[in-house]
Design a protein around this ligand. Structure first.
Ligand SMILES: Cc1cc2nc3c(=O)[nH]c(=O)nc-3n(C[C@H](O)[C@H](O)[C@H](O)COP(=O)(O)OP(=O)(O)OC[C@H]3O[C@@H](n4cnc5c(N)ncnc54)[C@H](O)[C@@H]3O)c2cc1C
Length: 476
């Protein structure tokens, strides 16, 4: 066992998409940087979340779209080629190897230390390498924690006996279970139910709430419920699992209504927890296992000296890769500015403030139909106390929807702040709406006045014409 010591301007613990970008941006500001990564560089997103899940879903969504196009529908009537889909997923997950990401890190001159990183005090990190060595790192300016999140498992009696799937197994499994129980009704649950049902599982969803996607506009969850049921998924609302056991290879679930359900595997998609249990938070006065509260420049609150940053899932602000990478661009830039003695622009929408985290977080749910949303929902708008007009439009009435496919079903909602005459939230649900989300993000983040939005002409005949219809509805 050897001990070595190294000094960098910036130390990043966690080499997921967010940590990589913090380090790269700090480097671009002229600082030296190192990433500490204990598993695969690229993190959850590249290997057990975004990339593999979207690779599994792309054929499902494309087939659903094709099945609505006269002349093409017979060509996609059969089952998916499971082997080909799983091979595509494996390729999109780089076969769970991170050489490409290591090459990229080298190309931007950021160092990598493999091992488990823990804070040991102010600007101090100790890395336990897989070889059993300890490397002591010292930061001249900042340490950024970007250790991400993991699946949060509910305390169900018998859980430890059933070897449940989490998002990791649901995105990397190479066998299709005959029957899959999915516990949860959020994004991971609906996406993975969509994928595995299409790959041949009989999926049963056990959902505690009264509907799916309950943080979004209710019509989104309703359309996704209809889509899943049409695909053959059994969805049971108002249902929790009270006990679990694995017997004769089967998972036996006892349900809150007293019923029993058997499946070959069970996926727990019941939320996320921060990966902060073992990163040495206690050495700097913070509580292990907690989400890290930050200001808009990503400094962790309550840490003297302002040298500790938390970026990405671990701060709990918006658990999505694109938003984490936005945070990383801002954190890297502000760490650079502070280190170089440059002015910090942390006013709302300034270069060093992640204002979009509060106002304009986009999200796409890759189900059939898709859901795309940004900004507030009508419930959130109501709670915020603003004066809001809710503008609804049936997406099926847009010319682009007729072209998109037969029997198009969808819905659009735009929330207008009537005091400022700007859009503060948009939700679309329907086939093909994922690609609409950035138009909505520009409207919300740009606070584009509605009078000017009127001059943004959507092309005929695209789904984007829904913007014109929403504005016309608003104008009466
Ligand atoms: C099934 C699923 C699908 C998703 N799909 C999407 C999607 O389509 N689009 C989207 O935007 N988001 C998606 N997300 C969310 C996205 O995966 C996360 O928001 C993103 O991975 C967060 O990035 P991060 O860098 O903060 O954390 P992570 O990606 O979790 O990376 C953290 C890294 O830190 C490392 N680490 C942790 N502790 C230590 C330590 N002590 N020492 C050293 N290294 C450590 C880990 O090994 C890991 O590599 C999905 C999530 C799930 C679960």
């Amino acid at each position: 066992m050897t001990e070595t010591t190294r000094t960098y301007d910036v130390i990043v613990i966690g080499g997921g998409p967010v940590g990589e970008n913090v380090a790269e941006r700090a480097r671009a500001a002229g600082l030296t940087a190192v990433i500490v990564e204990r598993e695969l560089l690229g993190g959850e997103c590249s290997f057990w979340a975004c990339d593999p899940s979207k690779a599994l879903l792309r054929p499902v969504v494309a087939r659903a779209d094709a099945s609505r196009i006269p002349g093409l529908d017979p060509a996609v009537a059969g089952p998916l080629d499971v082997e080909a889909v799983l091979a595509h997923r494996d390729r999109m997950s780089s076969y769970w190897k991170d050489e490409d990401q290591v090459d990229w890190l080298n190309s931007v001159s950021v160092d990598l230390v493999r091992g488990h990183g823990r804070l040991t005090g102010s600007k101090q990190v100790a890395v336990q390498t897989p070889e059993g060595d300890t490397i002591a790192l010292t930061a001249r300016h900042a340490v950024a924690i970007s250790t991400g999140s993991r699946a949060a498992l509910p305390p169900i009696p018998g859980l430890d006996t059933v070897r449940p799937w989490t998002s990791r197994e649901a995105t990397s499994a190479d066998q299709v279970p005959g029957r899959l129980g999915v516990v949860g009704g959020g994004v991971v649950a609906v996406e993975m139910a969509t994928a595995w049902q299409a790959l041949g599982s009989q999926v049963t969803m056990l959902v505690r709430e009264q509907g799916l996607l309950d943080r979004m506009e209710p019509f989104a969850g309703e359309l996704v419920t209809d889509g899943l049921r049409a695909a053959g998924v059994d969805i049971r609302f108002d249902t929790t699992v009270t006990a679990l056991a694995r017997e004769n290879g089967e998972v036996r679930m006892t349900l809150s209504d007293g019923g029993q359900l058997a499946a070959d595997e069970i996926l727990l998609a019941t939320g996320r927890a921060p990966q902060t249990r073992d990163v040495g938070l206690e050495t700097v006065g913070l509580t292990p296992g907690s989400w890290l509260t930050v200001d808009d420049t990503f400094r962790v609150t309550g840490v003297e000296g302002g040298w500790l940053y938390a970026v990405g899932d671990v701060n709990g602000r918006a658990l999505m890769t694109h938003q984490g990478k936005y945070q990383a661009r801002i954190a890297g830039a502000v760490i650079g500015a502070r280190a170089n003695g440059e002015p910090v622009d942390d006013a709302p929408w300034g270069a060093h403030a992640a204002t979009a985290d509060h106002a304009a977080v986009p999200q796409v749910v890759f189900t059939t139909p898709e859901v795309a949303a940004v900004g507030l929902t009508s419930r959130e708008a109501e709670q915020s106390g603003r004066r809001i007009e809710v503008v609804d439009y049936d997406l099926a009435h847009v010319a682009g929807a007729h072209q998109y496919g037969a029997d198009y079903r969808g819905w659009a909602r735009m929330l207008v702040d009537t005091d400022r005459d700007t859009v503060v939230g948009v939700t679309f649900a329907g086939p093909g709406v994922g690609e609409l989300v950035h138009s909505a993000t520009i409207a919300v983040a740009g606070e584009v006045p509605l009078d000017r939005l009127w001059h943004a002409v959507p092309a005929f005949p695209t789904l984007g014409e829904v913007w014109l219809r929403l504005l016309e509805t608003h104008r009466g």
